[in-house]
Design a protein around this ligand. Structure first.
Ligand code: FHN
Length: 395
């Protein structure tokens, strides 16, 4: 069902802040548990890793999905070792992992029964990547969550929007059919692997903000999808770059410190009545693996980002893009290992704390404060991240 909805600011506010929804006890507890975790690892991985040009490669060169998809027949990440990945993440101090179950190209990393064969079971590799990762996370006590792209560059029933028409043309699609497909897939993900949250991305294909007024050209019928997820006691998050809706449990900010409004979140006010998460990249400028991207964040920078987020009462979800063989980029592993050393020394100032603010000092350093019970942690981040953050405790 495709409709044209141009909401006025007032109507949009009424729509977004529906008063008739109250989260249940399990939901509030799950939100608290999520917020206490503070640091997670994001994984962007799919058949695009074989092209080694990032996850937007298909779109960038305007490749049709038939041609693009042929690379699935060569997807054989023989070095993939879920236990080793999880060892690296846990050693870094991460408490959860969020992986792309399906990105914009429409390829599913698990053997879904409800698509037409564009999934891991139809590659020579065949192994259930999400299943292996879920088991390894369970064994090590890490929570697994699933990124799920709403935008799709392949299916015939997906209604093309501003970021998909380069690949799909003006395809009208059939949203009722596409919605049914998404719900079936999400049901599989939750029933098979029990994620903590479903992390949506791509709603922005059908929305834009013009001078403070949101214009939307597709009614995603999100209430139905969110109710379905909640009925399975799973949290909902959406990286839609829009003001948060009542039924979204976590407020997401992409490559932008919550509330700063400097990039994707310029039209996205920080509400802060729910957990907050900032996602960012360890290999600068790219989420999925890109062979010629050599610029990695330093361990000092990653620690500073964790501290800034904690001081802003937010989690940090730090992304890595494994390569086509299933290996994590070596430099990312080194950086994470150093981050882990800092977290083991200073994690008390981060995990399960509440943020009390972040200020920039005249000398270019930053001071962040967090709190747990009566204990206040004062964190100093050196100018330009020239050293590791230091922590002072007071009560
Ligand atoms: O288009 C995606 C992008 O590939 C990546 O997945 C990031 C992660 O936050 N989100 C989208 C852009 O907003």
């Amino acid at each position: 069902m495709k409709t044209t909805l141009a909401f006025s600011a007032a109507l949009a506010a009424a729509f977004l802040l529906r008063a008739d929804y109250a989260p249940e006890k399990w939901n509030l507890e799950a939100r608290d548990k999520f917020a206490a975790q503070r640091f997670g690892i994001f994984i962007h991985w799919g058949i695009y890793a074989n092209y080694a040009q990032g996850e937007w490669f298909q779109h960038q060169i305007g490749m049709d999905s038939e041609t693009y998809g042929r690379i699935k027949d060569g997807f054989f990440p023989s070095k993939f070792d879920a236990k080793e990945w999880v060892r690296v993440f846990k050693d870094a101090g991460a408490k959860y992992v969020t992986i792309t179950s399906r990105h914009h190209d429409g390829f599913s990393l698990w053997p879904t029964k409800v698509d037409d064969g564009f999934n891991i079971a139809e590659t020579p590799f065949k192994r259930d990547i999400l299943g292996e990762l879920s088991k390894a996370c369970d064994e090590e006590g890490l929570q697994l969550n699933f990124y799920y792209s709403q935008m799709d560059w392949r299916r015939k029933d997906y209604p093309a929007g501003s970021a998909s028409k380069k690949v799909l043309g003006n395809q009208k699609g059939d949203y009722a059919s596409y919605k049914k497909f998404m719900i079936s897939q999400i049901g599989e993900l939750i029933d098979n692997y029990h994620p903590g949250n479903i992390w949506f991305d791509g709603e922005w294909d059908h929305a834009r903000c013009e001078k403070g007024v949101w214009k939307r050209d597709l009614d995603w019928e999100l209430d139905d999808i969110y109710d379905f997820i909640h009925s399975k006691k799973t949290l909902v998050a959406s990286n839609n770059h829009q003001p948060i809706r009542a039924k979204e449990d976590i407020q997401l900010f992409e490559r932008d410190l919550p509330g700063e409004g400097t990039s994707f979140s310029k039209d996205q006010p920080l509400v802060h009545d729910r957990p907050v998460e900032q996602c960012d990249v360890i290999q600068k400028n790219v989420w999925g693996y890109r062979i010629n991207e050599r610029s990695f964040r330093t361990p000092e920078e990653v620690c500073a980002m964790i501290c800034r987020c904690a001081a802003k009462d937010s989690n940090l979800l730090m992304n890595i893009g494994p390569d086509g063989s299933g290996r994590l980029p070596a430099r990312a592993v080194e950086v994470l290992s150093e981050v882990g050393k800092w977290m083991r020394e200073n994690g008390e100032a981060i995990y399960a704390t509440r943020g009390c603010g972040l200020v920039k000092n005249a000398d270019g350093s930053e001071t962040g404060k967090t709190k747990k019970g009566d204990v206040v942690y004062e964190i100093t981040i050196p100018k330009g991240c020239k050293g590791y953050p230091t922590v002072k405790t007071s009560s």
